[in-house]
Write a protein that binds this ligand. Structure first.
Ligand SMILES: Nc1ncnc2c1ncn2[C@@H]1O[C@H](COP(=O)(O)OP(=O)(O)OP(=O)(O)O)[C@@H](O)[C@H]1O
Ligand SMILES: [Mg+2]
Length: 676
């Protein structure tokens, strides 16, 4: 498909800064991939770096480039997320900041545990629940470029006061364990560039063409990093849409995109106005909604396509009814237009909303894939297993060392663990060093000291084995068999089914490891852990997101993870006050404009058919409660919507009995499929 003149101009642009500011579906991502292909004709691949927000988007972009230029020509090209580029750089040079290059990356659970430990040590009276709030403040501070020294607590804010106290200690503890957290990845990369001029120069000379997709979602740290990278050559090309900025809550600054012209004087700014994705009617709805956000760059998106089918709003009776309406439409559309299951996406505000749709789809035997939801790598047994890997890769990782010290139980109880920590503080040695001291029997008694000794030699033995990297999977399996990990899972489970699930999850870790080994030329435990810690925060439970998208199945996902994607038919569900806009935002006086942008993102994923749905009543805390339709619906002129909103039917007792019977038979079917 040929590019339009504006797209061509963006692709042909060579030196200096370039901003493509354009609405949804106007071909921004396409411009980036075509530009890379064009650059590859006269620039070595290693000099080009394209940055995106999710691993999925990065993989997809690489594939699209390969389709155009072939695999050989794309070799050496860097297509990555900001975080994976950061890790790549830190692995080479983090020693300049006083860390070792085999550092590990903390998962959220590990971070929380560290903050809880620090709280218990320094503020014994505090409730443990405050740890999460402190951690969130630390995260926000890091994304706003505040290191411990720059953190400014707000007056009269007790959580801020605690954060001010704990943040420096948290940072010291991480460093002592040779660990960094997710937000440190970018902050430390930036620090490296600022402190080590030679390192900065090296990357500025190596990475001569920088391209960024979804630029509206960059935060302050990412922005500074880009400035550092492009300080000499200035070849920065960014594309984005201020109307799709949906990560303000994570510190993204939409202003970055609006200030681009000021920050990079002489920048070329190109606007794309033709939308190639959505039908005229869908586009009209999107435009009408987003117009309600003040202070935006006004963009007029038009489509050369046909107006298409009407956009429908359907007010359903309750959540079950909403799910049935969706499934009914899927059946109709498949029948009338021979659509595949993968043509449909059900989009919602929060992952918890998927349940009713999943039930209904299962009941009707419709294949579906769920993207996001409870994160596989966050489950307890999975984190316990990974803790072993983490300690084997980096024995200074004290949090994980403590996690496995007596798991599975080996006779080093909590009191002994506390004694060991006290000794490590007293002797100013790392816990790992303390565990290896010959004089431990004097402090712990012979029996416990023997258990510690066995534990240490086990770890050392496997460190040697795994360090060779030849047989990661069998070696790891041997380790877990030797320590009796599965037996421990069985002992702790409440019933055999739970035990089975947990053991399956452990095996899934081995599967993930083996898939990694197969993919990678040189596989190491560190490399595997790095992959896991860089997974998209909303990566699916199992399998990669694009594998799932390839199957012929209806897709269920949150609005946040739908960014950049497109589907022939989209159901945007739960259009009620409290769901979209989200209740938390309303209660805390948050930014309703960001919720509106989220709704806009959802609408603009649709190519041909868009259905907006909501329920008149919804089950909350076990009771049906009346709902108010989303304010966003009222912002769309009625002539743009085909309203299928029926007044909720008066409840006829006989009908209710039929519904109840139907409901129970469905539950029974579900239980049967569950067991089967
Ligand atoms: N010149 C063109 N001719 C035909 N189709 C095009 C053209 N440009 C883009 N498209 C198609 O339009 C759709 C949207 O393109 P793309 O995903 O690049 O848009 P985008 O601006 O990145 O959207 P979003 O803001 O949602 O990320 C894709 O299906 C793409 O193939
Ligand atoms: Mg895009």
């Amino acid at each position: 498909m040929p590019l339009n003149p504006q797209q061509q101009q963006a692709v042909a642009h060579r030196q200096g800064a370039l901003l493509v500011l354009a609405g949804a579906g106007s071909g921004k991502t396409r411009v980036i991939t075509r530009r890379i292909a064009a650059l590859l004709r006269d620039v070595p691949a290693e000099q080009i770096v394209a940055l995106t927000f999710t691993n999925k988007a990065a993989r997809e972009m690489r594939e699209r480039v390969i389709d155009q230029v072939g695999r050989a020509a794309a070799k050496g090209l860097i297509v990555a997320t900001f975080h994976s580029l950061g890790v790549r750089i830190l692995r080479q040079h983090i020693d300049r900041l006083g860390y070792k290059t085999n550092f590990s990356i903390f998962a959220t659970g590990d971070q929380l545990r560290l903050v809880r430990d620090l709280l218990a040590r320094h503020q014994p009276g505090c409730s443990a629940s405050i740890a999460e709030q402190v951690l969130a403040r630390i995260g926000r501070a890091k994304n706003e470029l505040q290191r411990p020294a720059q953190f400014q607590p707000r007056i009269d804010d007790p959580v801020d006061a605690l954060t001010a106290q704990l943040y420096p200690r948290y940072q010291q503890a991480l460093k002592a364990c040779n660990v960094i957290d997710f937000d440190d990845i970018l902050l430390l990369t930036l620090q490296l560039f600022e402190q080590a001029a030679d390192v900065a120069r090296h990357y500025r000379q190596q990475l001569r063409y920088v391209l960024v997709d979804e630029y509206q979602d960059t935060n302050a740290v990412q922005y500074r990093l880009l400035r550092e990278l492009c300080a000499e050559h200035g070849n920065l090309c960014v594309v984005g849409d201020d109307d799709q900025s949906i990560y303000g809550w994570r510190g993204a600054v939409a202003g970055n995109i609006l200030d681009f012209g000021r920050d990079f004087p002489g920048a070329c700014i190109i606007k794309l106005e033709q939308n190639y994705r959505s039908s005229g009617r869908i586009l009209a709805v999107a435009n009408a909604l987003i117009r309600h956000n003040p202070d935006r760059h006004d963009k007029r998106l038009w489509s050369a396509g046909a107006p298409g089918a009407p956009v429908v709003y359907r007010l359903c009776d309750d959540g079950e009814d909403e799910a049935m309406a969706v499934v009914e439409t899927i059946h109709q559309e498949r029948y009338a237009r021979q659509r595949a299951y993968r043509d449909f996406a059900i989009l919602y505000r929060t992952n918890g909303q998927s349940r009713a749709f999943e039930e209904q789809l299962r009941y009707e035997n419709i294949p579906y894939v769920l993207i996001g939801g409870q994160q596989f790598f966050d489950r307890k047994e999975v984190r316990d297993a990974l803790a072993y890997f983490k300690v084997l890769a980096n024995p200074l990782d004290e949090i994980n060392l403590l996690r496995i010290l007596n798991y599975p139980r080996r006779g080093i109880g909590e009191q002994s663990a506390e004694k060991l920590i006290a000794l490590s503080l007293e002797w100013q040695q790392s816990l790992w060093q303390v565990l290896q001291r010959p004089d431990l029997p004097d402090h712990l008694g012979d029996k416990v000291a023997q258990a510690v000794h066995d534990f240490v030699s086990l770890l050392q033995r496997y460190r040697r084995l795994l360090g060779r990297g030849g047989q990661l999977v069998p070696d790891a399996q041997a380790l877990f068999a030797e320590i009796g990990f599965e037996d421990e899972l069985c002992r702790q489970a409440e019933d055999p089914k739970q035990a089975r699930r947990r053991i399956d999850n452990l095996h899934e870790v081995f599967n993930a490891l083996s898939a990694y080994v197969e993919r990678e030329g040189v596989a190491t435990l560190e490399g595997f852990l790095e992959k896991v810690s860089l997974l998209d925060r909303d990566e699916p439970v199992r399998g990669s997101k694009e594998e799932k998208l390839k199957q012929d199945a209806v897709v269920l996902m949150s609005l946040h993870s739908s960014k950049g994607l497109e589907f022939p038919c989209v159901f945007l569900v739960g259009l009620e006050e409290g769901s979209l806009p989200h209740g938390k935002v309303l209660e805390e006086g948050g930014d309703v404009r960001e919720e509106r942008r989220l709704c806009y993102v959802g609408i603009t994923r649709a190519r041909e058919r868009l259905l907006l749905l909501g329920a008149a009543r919804r089950r909350r805390y076990g009771r049906l409660q009346p709902q108010v339709p989303s304010r966003f619906l009222a912002e769309i002129p009625p002539e743009l919507l085909e309203n299928q909103a029926a007044e909720p039917a008066p409840v006829d007792p006989q009908q209710q009995a039929v519904r109840a019977a139907d409901f129970f038979s469905r539950i029974q079917t579900l239980l049967k499929t569950d067991n089967g």
